[in-house]
Design a binder for this molecule. Structure first.
Ligand SMILES: [Zn+2]
Length: 267
């Protein structure tokens, strides 16, 4: 019980933790123990002027990541399973925040090819519109799925969850407003789609104990944060940790390794 990755406390991740998820190999040992979830936002080519480039994963990298997972025997986990011990099975949850159209357009085929299921967290007040909360901070415009596209996603066997009505920072708005954002997002999605909405995701990963309690009171069964790490059996289902899936650009450690290979190759 001293493993910080499997605790609900505020212990830092161990220094050997690989960080963002680009490929499976550095995470094999961690994911095999269960309780893993990947966090994606946007799939496909980046439009001009994008600020947060890391929120885009190329289709080729996505296909490679899914291929690696399938080759290693991973199956899709429901988020509620992440805090339950499932011995002998390799399971991982694939999550997409915000409900972008490019996830439907670019993600359905790779997911079908590899037999994996995913969940998209939707912002029902902006369905069929664009990422207004990001544009306010200078980000490039991206379309969000409309209701027909959401139904297409569901018909392909995938799931949706709630991500509030308008994507606010829940800890910074009045409690009544936070309640409306949380309860309202569940009701609007259930009314429009005619199915139970069981999972919630905190916009910007912003939450506090009062917000968490509202999510539980609304009848959700899990809630995802943006905190990095793994989930443990018996952990808090309203504070699920995820691994950020993205392309890993050259950092100093990689540059050093590449330089050493280059030098030794020439020497
Ligand atoms: Zn979001």
């Amino acid at each position: 019980m001293t493993d910080p990755l499997f605790s609900d406390g505020h212990e830092p991740l161990p220094p050997e933790f690989p960080g963002v998820f680009s490929r499976l190999a550095p995470f094999s040992g961690w994911l095999e123990r269960g309780g893993g979830a990947l966090m994606y936002h946007k799939l496909g080519p980046r439009p001009a002027g994008v600020r947060l480039k890391g929120l885009y994963v190329s289709v080729s990298l996505f296909q490679k990541q899914l291929g690696d997972l399938r080759s290693a025997g991973y199956r899709s986990a429901d988020l509620a399973e992440l805090t339950q011990a499932v011995p002998g099975e390799r399971r991982i949850a694939l999550t997409f925040d915000d409900g972008f159209e490019n996830v439907l357009r670019n993600g359905l085929d790779p997911l079908r090819t590899h037999g994996l299921r995913a969940i998209q967290f939707l912002v029902p007040g902006l369905v069929g519109r664009t990422n207004e909360w990001e544009q306010r901070e200078g980000e490039a415009t991206e379309r969000l799925m409309d209701w027909n596209q959401i139904r297409e996603w569901l018909a392909a066997g995938h799931d949706v969850g709630a991500h509030t009505c308008t994507h606010p920072r829940l800890s910074r708005i009045p409690r009544d407003q936070a309640r409306e954002e949380i309860f309202g997002s569940k009701a609007r999605l259930e009314d429009a789609l005619g199915r139970p909405i069981r999972h919630f995701c905190y916009p910007f990963g912003d939450w506090n104990p009062a917000v968490r309690d509202l999510v539980q009171e609304a009848g959700f069964v899990t809630a995802c944060t943006t905190e990095a790490g793994m989930n443990r059996p018996g952990g808090d289902v309203f504070r699920l940790r995820r691994l950020t899936a993205r392309y890993v650009s050259l950092n100093w450690r990689n540059v050093g390794r590449i330089l050493r290979q280059w030098v030794s190759g020439r020497g």
